[in-house]
Design a protein around this ligand. Structure first.
Ligand code: ZN
Length: 601
């Protein structure tokens, strides 16, 4: 389809308020107040800037105004659709999604969902039916999303409706501006095609999203690696190879083939039932950049080395970061002898995959830091922060340091009916106090200069607990993370001190055993500034956040300056789940930001 632009930024920037509002008519359904209020925020440096400013106007509006905007929308496949009373834009979107061709069963189901939804929330269900790729969700995806969102509470659902309205507006604006996120589309298509390499098949019923599992060196993992090599060659990389641990490495030479290189990449393995962007996005974005450079016949003064790491998630074998560990010379020889659930060792899996399993070959993968400028990684946020702020990109200030403990409280199990409250030594309540204190203490760091801390009691178990017995034993875990090691240690020390206090006051023995500690990896100041400049160049506000999850960059941190860029995830930022999603427009912004970084080194 050839899109004829009917609108430009110059037109909007030069328009008076009335003309501006007229030009944006139909972008937000029956709600000219959004354009009117956004007019004052001119001039817009980019389409992304305009989209963000419009969303900002809605964020700043009252709840009543927001609900008015939501109520200005028609029901999906509702009476208005049937009676042909929709705006031209809505008719186009609903018919593209096939909603005008529902089977009688689907139509009945949608009517029931509409009725239930309206009864619960009092406004119509809003969904950007053209979806993350802009080509339309299937009717089944629409129905399962509808049913899932019916379980939200009202505040969360109102926010989700507004985000869908912004996505609808984004697609309508793209149409008016005659722009298509070509690289973003390419990335979503690569992600879909790579997700076809999965262990096991079948639909798990989550919005029609297929489950994806790809663990180290399975046949599917090997075929995914082959696919990546084929794509890298098509993109125009000069050297493409599979290394001794199964990483796929592509090099695009600089003007001098021996020039120092920028190292980038992320992992292509997944957790069980994972998402298709976790890790992979950080491979696809630089691939799209190299493809663009190659097509334009351009060489940079330095080389670009993209590594698709074979293993990061630690799913098949009891070791993690196998791929990036090899690059920093930290691959542990004993890992070769660890075995999976079937008793197959890493060594055997390597031999079966045609790799040498020779320790010298693995050691040879260690990179010489002086040959590289640094390491950058693009990653899906895997959290709800950017999504909730209507921000497509975020600059990572560092990867949180973490510490984990296993804990056990031993009190006295006794009769729930006969033991007076002051005479109890309840092990579970002691742990409950620790859990609440951990929450409170971590929240105290909300405005810490280096970023907030997080603390979680993920396991709280009363062995052989019974309804009429005061818990005599409670097993629990503690996971504490903070942007610096000092902040993490201060948090851990406070929790430990409190644990001692609770133990004494309640007459309960509590033991904490540290099971893991990982150093924080703060972003390199200069590389972080380069990401900030890149985001700024797109007309977007620079939002900085720490990474709560570990990433390959944490490993590369051992030998190179590093910094990461996050992109928001849809569906409340859910990750390690087939519902993980990003839009083609956000993927495009990642490519644009990466290109800016490359061209301004
Ligand atoms: Zn990841």
């Amino acid at each position: 389809m050839v899109v004829i632009p009917t609108l430009s930024l110059d037109q909007l920037n030069e328009a008076d308020q009335a003309a501006f509002t007229q030009l944006l008519d139909g972008i937000y359904e029956h709600s000219p107040w959004i354009a009117e209020a956004t007019w004052a925020k001119r001039p817009f440096a980019s389409l992304a800037h305009l989209k963000h400013a419009l969303a900002q106007t809605v964020r700043e509006a009252s709840v009543a105004q927001q609900l008015g905007l939501i109520r200005a929308h028609p029901e999906l496949a509702g009476k208005a659709a049937v009676a042909g009373e929709l705006t031209a834009e809505s008719t186009n979107e609903q018919s593209q999604a096939g909603l005008t061709h529902c089977s009688p069963d689907e139509f009945a189901r949608l009517q029931q969902l509409n009725a239930d939804y309206n009864a619960k929330f009092g406004w119509p269900f809003i969904l950007a039916v053209r979806g993350p790729r802009g080509t339309g969700l299937t009717r089944q995806q629409i129905i399962t999303t509808f049913a899932r969102r019916l379980r939200h509470n009202a505040d969360a659902e109102r926010a989700e409706c507004l985000r869908n309205i912004h996505r609808i507006a984004e697609i309508r604006l793209n149409d008016k501006f005659g722009v298509a996120p070509t690289d973003g589309n390419q990335i979503l298509d690569w992600a879909d095609a790579l997700a076809a390499h999965t262990e096991g098949t079948g639909d798990n019923g989550l919005d029609g999203a297929l489950p994806l599992t790809l663990t180290y060196l399975t046949p599917e993992h090997q075929s995914a690696a082959t696919q990546l090599q084929i794509w890298m060659r098509v993109c125009g990389f000069d050297e493409v190879k599979l290394d001794a641990v199964g990483n796929v490495v592509g090099v695009y030479h600089g003007t001098d083939a021996n020039a120092t290189r920028l190292l980038t990449g992320s992992h292509y393995d997944t957790v069980r039932n994972g998402g298709r962007y976790d890790g992979r996005l950080g491979i696809f974005v630089p691939m799209a950049c190299v493809q663009a450079l190659f097509k334009a016949g351009k060489r940079l003064r330095y080389g670009i080395e993209v590594v698709a790491f074979a293993e990061e998630e630690g799913q098949r074998f009891p070791a993690t970061f196998l791929g990036s560990s090899a690059l920093v010379g930290d691959f542990q020889p004993e890992w070769l002898d660890t075995v999976d659930a079937q008793g197959i060792s890493v060594r055997q899996a390597m031999l079966d995959a045609g790799l040498s399993a020779n320790l010298d070959d693995i050691r040879a993968l260690a990179r010489q830091p002086q040959r590289y400028l640094g390491f950058v990684e693009v990653h899906i946020e895997q959290g709800p922060v950017l999504h909730a702020l209507d921000l497509p990109l975020g600059v990572v200030t560092g990867i949180n340091g973490s510490v984990r403990f296993n804990g056990e409280a031993i009190g006295v199990a006794c009769h729930a009916g006969t033991t007076p409250m002051p005479m109890r030594h309840d092990a579970a309540l002691a742990v409950a106090e620790i859990a609440l204190m951990t929450e409170r203490r971590a929240r105290d760091d909300a405005h810490a200069p280096d970023g907030p801390s997080v603390g979680t009691v993920g396991v709280l178990h009363v062995p052989q607990g019974s309804i009429n017995v005061v818990p005599g034993r409670c097993q629990f875990t503690l996971d504490l993370r903070a942007p610096t090691d000092a902040q993490r240690d201060a948090l851990a020390a406070d929790v430990q001190t409190f644990t001692t206090t609770v133990a004494e006051r309640r007459g309960v023995d509590i033991h904490l055993t540290q099971t893991m500690v990982a150093a924080a990896a703060p972003s390199d100041a200069l590389w972080q500034q380069r990401w900030e400049a890149a985001v700024s160049s797109l007309g977007l506000p620079v939002y900085k956040l720490p990474s709560g999850a570990g990433h390959d960059a944490m490993k590369l941190h051992q030998i190179l300056p590093q910094a990461m860029l996050f992109v928001r995830g849809g569906n409340d930022g859910i990750s390690h789940n087939p519902l993980e999603t990003i839009t083609n427009d956000d993927a495009q912004l990642c490519v644009d930001a990466f290109m800016h970084l490359l061209e301004n080194l």
